[in-house]
Design a protein around this ligand. Structure first.
Ligand code: ADP
Length: 596
């Protein structure tokens, strides 16, 4: 698009050019008319003068000299003079041979002169072969008409004069136009410059490039407009800044929210979905935004809840289960959204992942059931043997001793079970504050050995403490002892006679990792992930027989995690197991997570 300055200049030049052109044409016409009129008046005056000053009757008598006289009269300004008799015969002519000229009685100017005393005409002259302007008057002497005097002048000659006038006007026209062009260009520049600057600023604003301002020049509307644009630029900059700050804050909140938020419009298309939703549902944001919820989320229960909100136009709450990317339980709150005119404009969904809460609830109720079941077994046994004794068996010394031993063992088991349950609940409720100190992990294992020596020796197991003696860890000594006593007791318990148990440790980037390895029966792969659960036992009968409660590893896991450490296991059935415990080098603020 051509610039404003160009268009303004071109417009002004065209306008002024047309005006000048019209003026020149008008002037030319006026000039031509004026020259003609003046010529007519002059010819008329000259004719009258000649009519009066020449003794025409005398000249008529000497026709031979008449023509030369007429030529003499005309020589001064090249006016053709013709003398015509009252009947139209040409008596003499200053420029042509009168004898060859026909009767002039019907010539326009003669007819007019005959009637009104003055005849004028502009027409083609056959005699002269050009256009002439004629003026004719009657000649009278003593009240008698003796002929007509006709003066003629070449129109071409007048045209030449007019033509010169045209040339002069053209030059003036061109000079004036050039001057006007210059002026127009400057004037257009003065108007367009600030407008172009304002346009640039407006374009910058459009591209969100703030900071450029228009220089306010002079006074008046353009200056006012410049000021207004500058003000607008500053205020827009502030507004855009505020909007982007708000937007950033909103996005930050959305991105970092643990709860999922989905916004759907009235047509069911997803307009917004935050990161938590992507994680919960395992769907990328781009795959949701702009798509219908039923297509994008592919969860019938959730879509049904949304449809119910659209139908009832009121809040709905529900719980859904999803199985991909992992099994989760989601608590869904959906509220309808209304536009200003009370029309339903969409719905907002808030998703909470309540998998852990539900699992915890399940684990708790399972724990109660399991604990009751575990407690029931020794109690039933004690009750049964006590009844048998009371029924008379107490009178047989051998039975009495054997049943009392069973009752004693069962009550011991009961005590262990109750102790383990109490320990677990204390750890869970943070009732066991850690007393952190640095100590040699080698020495700690050495302290455990006397407690298990009897079993080791009984089973002929080779026990090796291969931890570098100087390796220190920072932990609660008693709790750590409990951890490794448990792991070593398990290793002894699940390792057949003549097996091997070794305890090693390495210091790495993350901290010190202690390994308790045995050459025992190992753990089947399917059970590996569950052995840290409460009451979980690979082989219930065998474990119970050996006095296990199924709570040992659950307690160990809690103790390790209360140190912000990690515990994991590698095992191969029939070959042995390796339990790893990582004590982190650096700890965050003390916290105790809740684990099943
Ligand atoms: P328990 O009191 O029955 O030993 P734990 O919680 O200590 O309970 O262990 C859970 C289960 O893990 C055990 O029942 C046993 O099957 C398995 N387990 C633990 N340690 C070992 C090991 N070193 N070798 C083989 N299996 C083991």
């Amino acid at each position: 698009m051509k610039s404003l300055r160009f268009r303004l200049t071109a417009g002004l030049i065209l306008m002024i050019g047309l005006l000048l052109f019209a003026l020149a044409i008008y002037n030319g016409r006026v000039l031509e008319e004026t020259v003609m009129n003046q010529l007519e008046v002059r010819l008329e005056k000259e004719a009258n003068l000649l009519a009066k000053s020449v003794d025409w009757p005398a000249l008529f008598l000497r026709l031979d000299t008449l023509n030369s006289e007429l030529r003499r009269f005309s020589s001064a300004d090249d006016v053709r003079i013709t003398l015509i008799s009252p009947t139209g015969e040409v008596l003499g002519d200053s420029h042509a041979d009168y004898k060859k000229m026909g009767n002039h009685a019907n010539r326009e100017e003669i007819l007019q002169a005959k009637e009104s005393g003055l005849g004028k005409s502009i027409r083609w002259s056959d005699t002269m072969g050009e256009r002439l302007i004629y003026v004719a008057i009657p000649l009278e002497r003593g009240g008698e008409r003796i002929g007509y005097l006709r003066l003629a002048y070449s129109v071409e000659q007048i045209k030449r004069v007019v033509y010169r006038g045209w040339i002069a006007q053209g030059v003036v026209f061109l000079v004036a136009l050039s001057l006007f062009s210059l002026l127009s260009s400057r004037l257009a520049g003065n108007i367009s410059r600030p407008i172009e600057k304002m346009t640039k600023v407006a374009r910058d604003i459009m591209k969100r490039k703030f900071g450029t301002t228009v220089q306010v020049e002079g006074t008046g509307e353009i200056a006012d407009l410049s000021r207004a644009i500058n003000f607008m630029s500053v205020s827009l900059e502030q507004q855009v800044k505020k909007i982007s700050e708000d937007e950033k804050r909103f996005n930050d909140v959305m991105r970092n929210m643990v709860s999922g938020v989905i916004l759907v419009n009235e047509k069911g298309r997803i307009r917004l979905a935050n990161r938590a939703v992507s994680i919960m549902l395992g769907i990328e944001e781009e795959e949701m935004i702009g798509h219908l919820h039923i297509e994008a989320i592919k969860n019938f229960a959730l879509s049904q809840l949304i449809d119910r909100v659209f139908e009832k136009k009121e809040k709905v709450r529900g719980e859904i289960n999803i199985y991909y990317p992992e099994e989760r339980v989601l608590d869904i709150n959906i509220a309808p959204l209304f536009s200003d005119d009370e029309h339903l404009s969409g719905a907002v969904l808030v998703l909470h992942d309540i998998t852990d809460i539900r699992r915890l609830e399940r684990v708790r109720s399972e724990f109660v059931a399991n604990a009751s079941h575990e407690l029931k077994t020794p109690v039933t046994s004690i009750k049964g043997f006590a009844e048998t004794l009371l029924d008379g068996a107490m009178y047989e010394e051998e039975s009495l001793k054997s049943f009392l031993t069973i009752i004693y063992n069962e009550s011991e088991r009961l005590q262990r079970l109750i102790q383990d349950i109490l320990d677990l609940s204390k750890i869970e409720q943070k009732k066991l504050p850690l007393e952190l100190k640095k100590f040699s992990i080698y020495s700690l294992i050495e302290e455990i050995v006397p407690n298990v020596r009897r079993e080791i020796e009984k089973k002929g197991i080779k026990f090796r403490n291969e931890i570098p003696p100087h390796l220190l860890i920072e932990a609660d000594f008693d709790r750590t002892k409990q951890i490794f006593l448990n792991l070593i007791q398990n290793a002894i318990q699940y390792t057949p006679d003549g097996g091997e148990i070794s305890v090693t440790a390495v210091e790495g980037k993350e901290g010190v990792t202690v390994q308790v390895a045995d050459t025992g029966i190992g753990i089947p792969a399917k059970d590996l992930s569950r052995i840290f659960e409460r009451f979980y036992r690979v082989d219930k009968a065998r474990s119970r027989h050996s006095g296990g409660t199924g709570l040992g590893l659950a307690i160990v896991k809690h103790l390790v995690e209360s140190h912000q450490g990690k515990i994991w296991v590698e095992s191969e059935e029939g070959k042995g197991s390796r339990f790893y415990v990582l004590f982190p080098g650096k700890r965050e603020e003390q916290h105790l997570p809740i684990f099943p």
